[in-house]
Design a protein around this ligand. Structure first.
Ligand SMILES: C[S@@+](CC[C@H](N)C(=O)[O-])C[C@H]1O[C@@H](n2cnc3c(N)ncnc32)[C@H](O)[C@@H]1O
Length: 368
């Protein structure tokens, strides 16, 4: 791969950022703010600072139905297009590692910046096909790319179908969150080719290598959360208010409340239970509250007691996964991965040919 640093110099980020947009905090929640409005004409210094920072910059709200204004952007929790944070953009490119002459498919053109970087890294813009579902965004991206002298093949359409009329790609680079990996991406990648994508339910960068046998398998890397592939958006489930089931805890809840410090456990919990515990308060202080929700079920842990509502006992399920994970030697991400076949896709532990649920002797649960 041409040096990524050279690509960033030759295809900088700023030509792809609108004059007015919303800059999210560089590390989500770090500053306790939701970000700020940037306006290149009114406050050029703040605009340039944001563009050179690691902030994701929102460029569209509600698929364009809500105008991108300071007031609307401050309220939204659902931007539908952004220039992703540069540290994630470069992480994906490092994992894809496109070689000179490689043919790459990008799904989710957005602002066009990634397509520009891919064109530089592959050495020829004709090697890059980028698909954007939103015609308005595609037109803006095309203009942004043209302004830096790059014209990859830009298609308006549903990237879930890939680009079937083209010969196999060496790499597929997906920049929207994916719940179910369309098998077409595997079919359209040559054996040994690489697919990188933000795995939405597990909130991690997934890097898959396509095998000779029509399956793809690989491992989880950086934490990331991207806006979803349009057809895979789901309404937020409403909690089911059943009679609460309350019991005293007979095990120490702290290891589960510290899940984010154990990426292997975090991935298995997200896969087998549905979501990682959301923690409020301070583990270790004795006042900590842990909240776990998945689908319509909900569990809270506070003062040595667990309260569970909805059809499932989520805390009990999480404890079971924790015990099984400990019994296998507390595996980290080096022993956990993901496989996609024409028929199914699953998280695995130690053996890519069977699901982690099977290895741990647990009920297989489809990711939400
Ligand atoms: C995070 S942005 C992509 C950022 C982009 N790669 C860049 O460099 O600016 C996600 C993009 O995916 C697009 N998208 C969502 N679903 C899609 C689909 N089914 N096919 C193609 N693009 C899609 C969105 O419209 C949005 O522009």
């Amino acid at each position: 791969m041409a040096h990524l640093a050279d690509a960033l110099i030759h295809v900088p980020r700023y030509p792809f950022i609108p004059r007015r947009a919303w800059a999210a905090p560089a590390a989500a929640g770090a500053s306790g703010t939701r970000g700020r409005w940037i306006d290149r004409d009114a406050e050029p210094d703040a605009w340039w600072r944001a563009v050179w920072s690691d902030a994701a910059i929102y460029t569209q709200l509600d698929d364009g139905a809500t105008p991108l204004t300071a007031a609307n952007a401050a309220k939204t929790f659902a931007p539908t297009c952004s220039a992703s944070s540069p540290s994630l953009v470069t992480a994906f490119l490092r994992h894809l590692a496109p070689g000179h002459g490689d043919r790459v498919l990008e799904v989710g053109t957005g602002t066009g910046w990634t397509a520009g970087l891919l064109s530089y890294l592959t050495g020829d813009q004709r090697n890059v096909t980028t698909i954007e579902v939103d015609a308005g965004l595609a037109a803006v991206a095309e203009g942004n790319l043209r302004s830096v002298g790059i014209s990859p093949r830009l298609v308006v359409g549903d990237g879930a179908a890939g680009a079937p009329s083209q010969p196999p790609f060496d790499g597929v680079h997906v920049t929207c969150g994916v719940r179910d990996i369309p098998y077409q991406w595997v079919e359209q990648t040559r054996p040994d080719g690489v697919i990188v994508l933000p795995h939405a339910p597990l909130t991690r960068l997934l890097r898959l290598t396509v095998g000779e046998n029509g399956t793809a398998s690989g491992s989880f890397h950086e934490v990331c959360s991207y806006m979803l592939l349009r057809a895979q958006r789901r309404p937020v489930s409403r909690l089911e208010r059943t009679e609460p089931r309350i019991r005293e805890l007979d095990t120490d809840p702290e290891p589960l409340l510290r899940v984010p410090a154990e990426p292997g456990l975090e991935v298995l919990l997200s896969d087998l239970v549905g979501e990682i515990p959301f923690i409020t308060g301070d583990p270790g202080s004795g006042e900590c509250a842990g909240i776990l929700s998945s689908g319509t079920s909900h569990a809270t842990v506070e003062d040595g007691r667990v309260t569970q509502t909805g059809p499932r006992d989520l805390w009990d399920e999480a404890e079971e996964v924790h015990r099984a994970w400990r019994a296998r030697g507390s595996p980290g991400l080096d022993r956990i991965g993901f496989t996609v076949t024409p028929e199914r896709q699953y998280v695995w532990l130690d053996d890519p040919s069977v699901s982690a649920a099977h290895t741990l002797g647990m009920v297989e649960r489809r990711l939400p």
